[in-house]
Ligand binder design. Structure first.
Ligand code: HEM
Ligand code: NAG
Ligand code: NAG
Length: 302
């Protein structure tokens, strides 16, 4: 996972990749993937390229030049180096074995490696996804699940993709890393009552009631660069950033699971990994459906 080599934005890149894979995979229906080693003959170096491609000079240069600007940039994968990492991996793969490894597979492997790099659990990534011929990946990144949803809404949104409420809670533990824009949590910090007063005050200081929409705050107030269970402990202390986060611990059916994860890191890790495997199997495009994109940012021109 050299593309997550130590640099100021490792954390930033890792969270964007995880977020992108969620948007990509959950946006689609289900199908069978092949085994984990389908590239053994067609592209034997595929996995090592994905894991080694990002740490070259161009990425590092980009890191230094745009790191400060990053603080106020919207966490949109397309606008930052998260996508450049994917582009870089893709171009190296095209050099070694053109037209073989999909962008969706690259993202799935990169998301797993990102979680591992921040101290989270590992899991086996099934391969053989193909890329959509319609929607662009950048369009998917605009399709953010509504942070205004209540618990019922969250449960049903995930249920529509075949996930149980338990899996939804485990997957939400992704918010132990990464950041959100002021616009996504403003209503909570100004108007909600199930929020710790000091926490709300701190968040308001960089998220005014009007303006500053793109100002960022960490989703996990205590350890946003480490993939741990602090997200759940924060919820017990009414320090969830998004309305949707705090909904998981607000007197409803998921309270007990949040409590359990906050005191049992191993169970969170294991449930998270299993739910990620399930999410990774949602990709609908296999066999001759879809395409292997040459450039992850656009559909191939015919
Ligand atoms: C339960 C429903 C969920 C809701 C309502 C939700 C909502 C959000 C929102 C509003 C943001 C901030 C985006 C922005 O400011 O533009 C965010 C960030 C993020 N979400 Fe979620 N999310 C959910 C579930 C998930 C899941 C299942 C994953 C991964 C498996 C995930 C991973 C992330 C990551 C890593 C970030 C940080 C991105 C960054 O740092 O740039 N989220 N989420
Ligand atoms: C949750 O939100 C939905 C849709 O906004 C609403 O109809 C429902 O009454 C809400 N449920 C609870 C328990 O607040
Ligand atoms: C808070 O609630 C009031 C009353 O519903 C509303 O007018 C105001 O716009 C809300 N403020 C934010 C920041 O959402």
């Amino acid at each position: 996972m050299a593309y997550l080599c130590s640099s100021p934005s490792t954390f930033d890149i890792a969270s964007k990749i995880l977020w992108a894979v969620f948007l990509l995979l959950v946006g689609v229906a289900s199908a069978q993937l092949s085994s984990t080693n389908i590239y053994t003959t067609s592209c034997p170096s595929a996995l090592s390229i994905i894991q080694g491609a990002g740490c070259d000079a161009s990425i590092l240069l980009d890191d230094t030049s745009s790191f400060t600007g990053e603080k106020t940039a919207p966490p949109n994968l397309n606008s930052v180096r998260g996508f450049e990492v994917i582009d870089n991996i893709k171009s190296q793969l095209e050099t070694s074995c053109a037209g073989v490894v999909s962008c969706a597979d690259i993202l799935a492997v990169a998301a797993r490696d990102a979680v591992v790099a921040l101290g989270g659990p590992s899991w086996t990534v099934q391969l053989g996804r193909r890329d959509a011929t319609t929607a662009s990946l950048s369009a998917a990144t605009n399709n953010i699940p509504a942070p205004t949803l209540n618990l019922t809404g969250l449960i049903s949104a995930f249920s529509n993709k075949g996930f149980t409420a338990n899996e939804m809670v485990a997957l939400s533990g992704s918010h132990t890393i990464g950041q959100a824009r002021c616009t996504t949590f403003r209503a909570r910090i100004y108007n909600e009552t199930n929020i710790a007063a000091a926490f709300a005050t701190t968040r308001r200081s960089n998220c005014p009631s009007t303006g500053g929409d793109n100002n960022l705050a960490p989703l996990d107030v205590t350890s946003s660069t480490s993939f741990d269970n602090a997200y759940f402990t924060n919820l017990l202390n009414q320090r969830g950033l998004l309305h949707s986060d705090q909904q998981l611990f607000s007197g409803g059916s998921t309270d007990s699971q949040v409590r359990a994860y906050s005191s049992n890191l191993a169970s969170f890790r294991s449930d998270f990994a299993n739910a990620m495997i399930k999410m990774g199997n949602l990709s609908p495009l296999t066999g001759t459906n879809g395409q292997i994109r040459t450039n992850c940012r656009r559909v191939n021109s015919s």
